[in-house]
Design a binder for this molecule. Structure first.
Ligand code: HCA
Length: 463
């Protein structure tokens, strides 16, 4: 299979509501994408802002292995800017659906063809490779779509991006459409740009690749306009595991995902496939029993392939084997009767509380066995006391802090410090990273971290 992956985190990904990257962040993301081995990086539309222009130019000068693209409307100044940035390829975007032509750009079909031809010829005359994107292609009347694509190819475009701009395709319909278009237009490489409005973007993309296209557009963490486009990690792992296409360096997938998560402030839901916190966590007694005997019973692939670890969740759903494995993890030895009582207590506490942390399990074991254990549980709770610069509005800093994944609550306080943030992290390394990141927040003068040893609820229960 000749699959190519184009990552558009820096273009469509930055069109995600409330997401903006700095130039340095864009350069770093491009380098991380290149480590994974993506074939093309769509670095942005240089006409949008001076910093986007600067970032594209910097990325184009890095000599990465990936082909670097700039997006442009069918306008000469945009194409000129792409050329100035030194990219390998420019994307000429023009709408082709009736609704876009008649109610957005007010052009007839003939006028559209003339604009497409003129701008692609112009880009080719500047020595640029060209991809033509017929925007809203999946709602474009077939004969006109063929006319527009052929005009673009004749003018010098060597790639067409079949854009499902509204994300309205279904895999079986998209398969037929891609096949018919590919079989009808002049020979040309075909990209698929599928939006995820119904959660079908990756499925549509994979169907379109089967139908003869050869490139899928993705964003790290599924970013993109509205609900985004296929997630880079999901796409690469689907091909790697399900289609046995082992072309990309999957060991770097988490690195770019975590970096983009921090830089975008757009957090990955726990149940996200591949990159989500729960992707390799097992909870029910039946599942944990199976996984502890043979991980393949409930895992499609070994999490260490992408540098992740399996987690066994212990709560009221948990069976004997999982509790034992957790106790063994902390070197806590128990006999059969103690184990039975620990499980019983876990079920009672689990019925009352939403989450059981490892600290709780250790505490239950100590109570049941009457022996104290000298162990450091997973998970750290801490209070970070923050002082802000005199000229900074404290609420602005608070608003910023609320976007941090590990910060559970933030208070504006009186006294020596201005803000108190309650945080939960997995380990000291995560705590360290969080503190480092807090120090880069504009307006934060100092931080002082207090690790929580024990949290007491008002009803007297300790947590
Ligand atoms: C846009 C439109 C686009 C372009 C896709 C592409 C779409 O955001 O400007 O160039 O392949 O969905 O039509 O993202």
């Amino acid at each position: 299979m000749k699959l190519k992956i184009l990552d558009t985190t820096l273009r469509d990904g930055e069109q995600t509501p409330y997401v903006n990257f700095t130039v340095d962040e864009k350069v770093e993301i491009a380098k991380l994408l290149d480590k994974i081995g993506v074939d093309m990086i769509e670095a942005g539309d240089p006409s949008v802002s001076p910093k986007i222009y600067e970032a594209i130019k910097k990325i184009a000068s890095l000599n990465l292995n990936a082909e670097i693209l700039a997006h442009s409307l069918a306008k000469k100044p945009g194409i000129d800017k792409a050329k100035e940035c030194g990219v390998d390829r420019v994307v000429v975007l023009y709408p082709t659906s009736k609704i876009h032509l008649e109610t957005k750009v007010y052009k007839t079909e003939d006028e559209a063809i003339q604009i497409i031809e003129e701008h692609i010829k112009y880009a080719v005359s500047l020595g640029l490779k060209v991809r033509f994107t017929p925007e809203d292609a999946t709602r474009t009347e077939f004969d006109f779509l063929v006319r527009a694509c052929n005009a673009a190819i004749n003018a010098g475009a060597d790639r067409i991006s079949y854009a499902d701009t509204l994300g309205i395709m279904q895999p079986h319909i998209f398969y037929d459409k891609v096949k018919k278009l590919k079989d009808t237009i002049l020979p040309c490489e075909m990209d698929l740009h599928c939006h995820d409005d119904f959660g079908l973007a990756l499925a549509n993309g994979m169907a379109g690749i089967r139908a003869g296209a050869n490139c899928i557009h993705v964003c790290v963490n599924g970013l993109g306009e509205r609900t985004g486009v296929p997630d880079l990690a999901e796409t690469i792992m689907s091909y790697h595991i399900l289609e046995k296409l082992e072309k990309y360096n999957i060991e770097h997938i988490m690195e770019v995902s975590e970096y983009v998560e921090r830089a975008s402030g757009f957090f990955i839901p726990n149940n996200n496939p591949i990159t989500g916190l729960n992707a390799f966590s097992h909870k029910s007694g039946v599942h944990t029993d199976g996984v502890l005997k043979n991980p393949s019973t409930y895992e499609a692939f070994e999490p260490s392939l992408i540098g992740r670890e399996r987690t066994i969740i212990v709560d009221k759903y948990t069976g004997k084997r999982a509790v034992l494995s957790k106790l063994e993890h902390y070197d806590i030895e128990v006999n059969d009767e103690e184990l039975r009582k620990i499980i019983e207590e876990i079920k009672n506490v689990g019925d009352d509380r939403k989450i059981l942390h490892d600290t709780d399990i250790i505490e239950i074991a100590e109570k049941v066995t009457n022996r104290t254990s000298d162990v450091i549980p997973k998970g750290i709770n801490a209070l970070i006391l923050i002082s802000v610069e005199a000229e900074v509005y404290t609420t602005t800093v608070v608003r910023h802090l609320k976007n941090f994944k590990h910060i559970k609550s933030v208070f504006e306080i009186t006294g020596e410090h201005d803000i108190s943030a309650y945080i939960k992290v997995q380990n000291t390394a995560e705590l360290n990273t969080l503190i480092e990141e807090l120090r880069t927040v504009q307006g934060i003068k100092t931080t002082s971290t207090k690790i929580v040893l024990k949290k007491h609820e008002s009803n007297g229960k300790s947590k």
